[in-house]
Structure formats: C-alpha cells, structure tokens
Design a protein. Sequence first.
Length: 297
Amino acid sequence: MDAHLRDLRYFVAVADELNFTRAAERLHLSQPALSKQIRGLEMTLRAQLFRRDRRQVELTAAGAALYAVARDLLRDWDDGVAVVTDAAAQEARVLRVGTLTSIGRALYPAIIDHFAKRQPGWQVELRSFGWGDVTGGLRDQATDAAFVWLPVDDPLIESEVLAVERRFVALSVRHPLAGRSSVSFAEIAGEPITALPASAGSARDFWLAVSARGGRSVRVAAEVNSADEVFEIVSSGAAITLLAEGNAVIYTRPGIVCIPVTDLAPARFAIAWRRGDRRLAVRDFVRACREAAGTTA
C-alpha cells in the first residue's frame, strides 16, 4: 500500500491548483497522464481524493487529510535531499550551474576566473535545461545557481541582472522584412511566432511581447523547448521568434537573419539562486558574476 513520492508530488500539484490542466502544465505532463496517475494513487490508498465535475475540482475529506500529510512529507524529503546534495557538492568541491541558452558575451570565462580566485580548487559544472524550466534547475534543486532570463515566476528565487540587451526578431532570409536594418513591433505583431512552454509563465508572455500587443491575440505557431527547435522553425519560414541581442550573435544560422525591434523593452540576463542560500561557494559565484559583468560591460 506504499505510494511513490512521484505520485504524492502529482497529488499535491492538483491539490494546490484544484485544476488538472494547470497542474499538468506545472508538472510538464499531459492531462490524461496526470489523471491516470491520480486514479492509480486512489486505488493504492483505496480512497477517493478529489471530487470533480465540469465546473470545479474539490478535495474530499480523505484528500484533505492526505494533502496535509503529503505537503510536510515532501518538504522534509526535499530538505533532506538538499542536505545530502550540498554535503556531496562541498566534499567534491563542485558547483552546479544551470543555463537555458548559450552564455557568450565573453562573460563565462571571466566569471570562472573570478570564481577561481575566490574558491580555488572548486569546479563549476554547467548544465543545460529546457525552456520549460525557466529557473534553470533551481526549482527542483538540480542546480546551485543558474543563468536565467527574467522574469522568473518564483518567490523562492533571487536574481541579479548581469546584462540588459535589446530584443531582436529572427526571420527567415526569405521573409519580406529580412533586408531591413530594424523593424517596429507593429510590423511583426501579426506574424506567427514561436512560444516557450506554458510552464514558463511570465517568461513566455515576455518573449511573445504580450504587453506590447494591446490586447490583440498571439498567433503561436509552435511551442519550443530549445534553440535548435526555434531556428529549425524560423529557417523554414513557418514563424518568427524574439530573442536577445547577445543571442542573435551566438545563434547565427544559415537561412536566418536577426534584426533589432526598435520599440520593445529590453531583455534582462541574470544570475539566480535560491532565496536564503547562504553557502559561501554560491555567494562567491554570484560575486564573481557581478565582477565579470562589470569588467565585460
């Protein structure tokens, strides 16, 4: 009659949201897969956990009882895993750093140099994450720090901006605007565009320029999870995409042209860490990022 931690995480997500669609997006699952897992948990526990109809989802008495227990159990487990992971990292002298895109901008070598002076003997392990996790592994404690693009919708994560860059649009070389030196957003607002996964939250809206659309709907051509996916679609002419100026340089591809958009708010590239993390290695890495950003600005 033992339940897996994974099943409890799925249950807590649904109990938090009281909405299977939102919970599935949060968990990066399909709604049918999530519903199947919840039914399996109910069979294991021999209790109905949710009462559902077309309008709402409610916890049953059994569900409310499990919710109180599961939240504490998962929190204690995550805290325990963090302690073990931190002890292992401290012993190995390895700092795990997440990234969502290539860093470039001459930043990373300078960061490593500054960090090595503060923490000699430590290694930095750079890990790449899909765009569905805009925290770069911080939310799941897979990383100790992460290079992210703001905004990040998580009150438990702090960040410091390292670079502020203009937003560009990437177009197929066959696009009618491909020969322009710049464009206004109004000229591209009606174009089909790639979107981050729904789990990206406000970051998805930012890269769709929702705030600049005046309430007009967005023509999402496809959801994408990596740069390779984006530029395959853009080069085909099926969609455009917005990106930061530094990434327009890093991700140069045949068949694609990147042009500045004159009237969009700039993008902010940041180093992020979990709120309240007082480990010296993490603080020194953030300081190294700050110093490197100052020297490469």
